[in-house]
Design a protein around this ligand. Structure first.
Ligand code: C2E
Ligand code: MG
Ligand code: MG
Ligand code: MG
Length: 284
């Protein structure tokens, strides 16, 4: 990386900046065709109910399977897509394909599995998001009650309040989760003003929770707020047994993280959980 390369502050500046922007340019043009070329892929990460030890849902996480570069993680191209105004298309692709996949899992007997999908601010602002979602549910046959949309606190209250999207989604029966809870600005306002179903405690709090009292207290407080308001609460980024037990003691409802599983391809999910022999419930 440029910064590691030495003290010669002004020499690296030119060469590496242009290298980087060149790469960005290339990615940009390739991203536009990624959908047509079928180069996008969804991975799924299981969500576990701590009281039953059952897998209750899957979060769909987008990857770009680049012909030369291999699997590119979303943080490396979603901001680009947002910048380019491509997120609407990408988001639609995710919605359709994730719902189709989940419907297929339901058809294989896993009827109680829920699907979580991340929404970007752009998609949220798009006219007709609600119509789109309704249409996709109709087309795929997935029940609205099995779909959860994750929004983040970076979608400012003003924006959300100026539309009736959240209300309309709620009216259809779709669930709303606040992702990365605790890292944005307007968390509590969200809870006050909208029908929210679930809080997802941000990974950073979970990561640091056993290393000092602050994060542990924050996690505990988020669980308390959630339960006081009758919401479910799920912790993201759980990597160790100690973290899991700590969360269990705090009465956290659900967890998601590498401890149980990394995000996996649909195929690997089916293999891992032996869909055919599980009678509709994935018991760990
Ligand atoms: P997110 O929605 O908060 O997703 C959780 C991220 O944490 C995922 O990263 C997941 O792989 C990672 N993760 C899960 N468990 C662990 C763990 O135990 N340890 C660690 N270190 N990481 C863990 P990923 O897949 O790279 O996604 C990053 C972000 O990209 C997502 O954060 C989400 O904001 C965004 N994203 C992913 N797919 C989509 C999509 O289809 N649409 C939109 N709009 N955004 C997406
Ligand atoms: Mg998420
Ligand atoms: Mg998150
Ligand atoms: Mg996140």
């Amino acid at each position: 990386r440029a910064k590691d390369r030495g003290k010669n502050g002004y020499c690296f500046y030119n060469s590496d900046m242009s290298e980087e922007s060149l790469q960005k340019l290339t990615l940009e043009s390739e991203l536009e065709t990624a959908i047509q070329n079928n180069d996008l892929v969804l991975h799924y990460q299981p969500q576990i109910d701590l009281s039953t030890n059952q897998v209750i849902g899957m979060e769909a996480l987008l990857r770009w399977n680049h012909p030369q570069l291999g699997l590119i993680p979303p943080d490396n191209f979603i901001p680009l897509a947002e910048e380019m105004g491509l997120m609407i298309n990408l988001g639609e692709w995710v919605l359709i394909n994730a719902c189709r996949q989940m419907k297929s899992w339901h058809d294989q007997g896993m009827t109680s599995l829920k699907l979580s999908i991340n929404l970007s601010p752009q998609e949220f602002l798009k006219q007709k998001l609600v119509d789109k979602v309704k249409q996709v549910l109709l087309d795929t046959g997935l029940t609205p009650q099995c779909l959860e949309l994750e929004i983040t606190e970076s979608m400012t209250m003003d924006v959300i309040r100026s539309t009736s999207v959240l209300e309309e989604l709620h009216d259809i029966g779709i669930q709303i989760a606040i992702d990365d809870f605790g890292t944005g600005y307007s968390s509590l306002n969200y809870l006050k003003n909208f029908h929210i179903h679930r809080l997802k405690i941000d990974r950073s709090f979970v990561r640091d929770m056993l290393n000092g009292p602050k994060d542990a207290k924050i996690v505990g407080a988020i669980v308390s707020i959630a339960h006081a308001l009758n919401l479910k609460v799920i912790a993201e980024g759980v990597e160790t047994k100690d973290q899991l037990e700590f969360l269990r003691n705090l009465q956290c409802d659900e967890i998601q993280g590498f401890y149980f599983s990394k995000p996996l391809s649909a195929n690997d999910i089916e293999k891992k959980y032996e869909f055919n022999s599980t009678r509709g419930v994935i018991q760990l």
